[in-house]
Design a protein around this ligand. Structure first.
Ligand code: GLC
Length: 497
């Protein structure tokens, strides 16, 4: 008999995961990627990895009309009531299974037919997502499935955390449920949804620490009441405590500092794999990096650019808004026309930024292309064929494109902020292990200076491919992040009966 052998006790941990969107059912932005990937990553962890914890993760999202249009095979569960100040509002629940995760879809009158996932009118979205969040809590009661952890994401579901705190005082079902709130973007706080708080009969915050204007916004209410707050990278977790990034909540967040832990997102390493990606011309991996050149050739041909392999091809793939700093790159690039480079820009968003990109294409037709559209297959061809990806974000809670780019051998040049700083190693800081280039001040000059640095290195192809390889062998798997979340869940439950 083995001495000292103790069988591991299996501990069951139920996680109720709420989000406004989840890939592959519905995806508008990065939140959809995370909500589509983290629940299955948690579910797939073996008990060896979790040291005895067996997770049962259930994802709940709204039954948006884009999901309806997919005509999926769903199991209809039941209809039930969600209490509000006036009449209760009826909700319907459906179930399906994807990647081993039970997913529940909730519909009801606040989700009108043909409604977009996010409405331009915040009052409409307030009603939708408050209803959804409360319906998700009612749902688990109806199912008699008691979560250990309520894991909410962003402002849309933050109100579930607040409601949990309020319910706990009078509902034994929720007495032992611990709450986690992940922040994907602090600046979307749910402003303009205040009326919904009254519709569902919830009081404004009584906390003296919250600024007066935030006392009826769902995200701050969730941040006040969540037991743990998880910004999507350690650097972002520090940044939100400063006036520059805190959006007016920095002083308040400092009062919650002990409960804040940054955890970086992962990427889906099966879907994002240059060795198997069917959307690219020539598949390659770290040992066949030379094949990658075919993808660059195909891409320059597609955009009628000079196919000279010695000219570095810059790519920029972004939602065109203030956050992403596209203007910094456009201005910085126009200061660098004395050097050899080509650029392809892909994305849509604010008309002014779109125009600035088109304008640059008009001024530099020999080297700039602006593809003002949403095109996920083109994005893949760009990751596979571009030499440098530009990510000049003013702030970036985590960022996914830099991780994808590195896997595809495309070297990131990014602002040293949030998750960009946590996932990219600057070559200047670590010549052996460096994976990219970082710049600090959010100015076109700082961007241009760093691009100079990158362009100077590019002709040294041995060095350049060493940088590419460093990036390609980074581990950005979801398993890493999922294990950190499990640790956090366990910490929370420690000491509970
Ligand atoms: C938001 C953030 C982005 C992050 C994503 C997923 O879209 O802007 O930085 O990667 O959420 O957490």
């Amino acid at each position: 008999m083995l001495t000292g052998y103790r069988p591991l006790k299996t501990l069951k941990l139920n996680v109720l995961f709420l989000a406004a969107e989840a890939d592959p059912l519905v995806k508008v932005g990065g939140l959809g990627d995370v909500a589509g990937s983290l629940p299955p990553a948690l579910q797939q962890l073996t008990t060896e990895k979790t040291r005895g914890v067996k997770l049962d993760v259930r994802l709940v999202i709204p039954f948006h009309s884009v999901i309806r249009q997919k005509h999926l095979e769903l199991e209809y569960l039941f209809e039930y009531e969600v209490p509000s100040e006036a009449e209760p509002i009826i909700a319907q629940a459906y179930r399906l299974l994807i990647n081993g995760v039970e997913i529940y879809l909730i519909s009801g009158a606040p989700f009108r037919e043909d409604a977009p996932v996010y409405d331009p009118n915040p009052a409409i979205d307030g009603l939708k997502f408050f209803f959804f969040s409360l319906a998700a809590l009612e749902l688990v009661k109806k199912l008699d499935w008691q979560p250990d952890i309520l894991h909410a994401n962003d402002w849309h579901t933050a109100i579930a955390v607040y409601a949990l705190k309020v319910s706990k005082s009078h509902d034994p079902f929720f007495k032992d449920v611990a709450s986690v709130l992940t922040i994907h973007n602090l600046l979307f706080m749910g402003a303009g949804t205040e009326a919904a708080l009254d519709v569902f009969g919830f009081p404004a915050s009584q906390s003296p620490d919250l600024p007066w204007w935030a006392k009826k916004f769902p995200l701050p209410l969730g941040l006040e009441t969540a037991e743990r707050i998880v910004p999507v990278s350690p650097t972002y977790a520090r940044e939100i405590l400063t006036p520059e990034y805190g959006g007016g909540l920095d002083e308040f967040l400092k009062t919650r500092q002990e409960s804040i832990t940054g955890i970086v997102n992962g990427i889906d390493q099966v879907s994002w794999n240059p060795a198997t990606d069917p959307a690219i011309r020539a598949n390659f991996d770290i040992s066949t990096l030379f094949v990658r050149q075919n993808n660059k050739e195909a891409l320059t041909a597609e955009f009628s650019l000079n196919p000279d392999p010695k000219i570095p091809l810059l790519i920029l793939i972004a939602r065109m808004d203030q956050q992403k700093g596209v203007d910094l790159a456009v201005n910085g690039l126009s200061q660098m026309t004395g050097q050899r480079w080509q650029a392809i820009i892909l994305g849509t968003g604010s008309p002014e930024i779109e125009d600035a990109c088109r304008q640059m294409e008009r001024e530099h037709p020999e080297r700039v292309r602006a593809a003002i559209r949403f095109d996920s297959r083109l994005a893949r061809r760009m990751y596979a064929g571009g030499d440098i990806i530009l990510m000049p974000s003013r702030y970036e809670p985590c960022g996914l494109a830099q991780m994808i780019a590195m896997r595809y051998g495309c070297v990131p040049l990014a602002r040293a902020t949030g998750g960009l700083q946590d996932t990219i190693i600057d070559i200047a800081d670590n010549p052996e292990r460096g994976t990219g280039f970082l710049f600090k001040p959010a100015t076109p000059e700082a961007f241009a200076e760093t691009l100079h640095r990158a362009l100077a290195l590019f002709p040294d192809s041995a060095h350049w491919s060493a940088i590419q390889r460093q990036g390609m062998c980074q581990d950005f798997s979801w398993e890493n992040s999922a294990l950190q979340y499990v640790q956090l869940y366990q910490d929370l439950l420690k000491g509970r009966a």
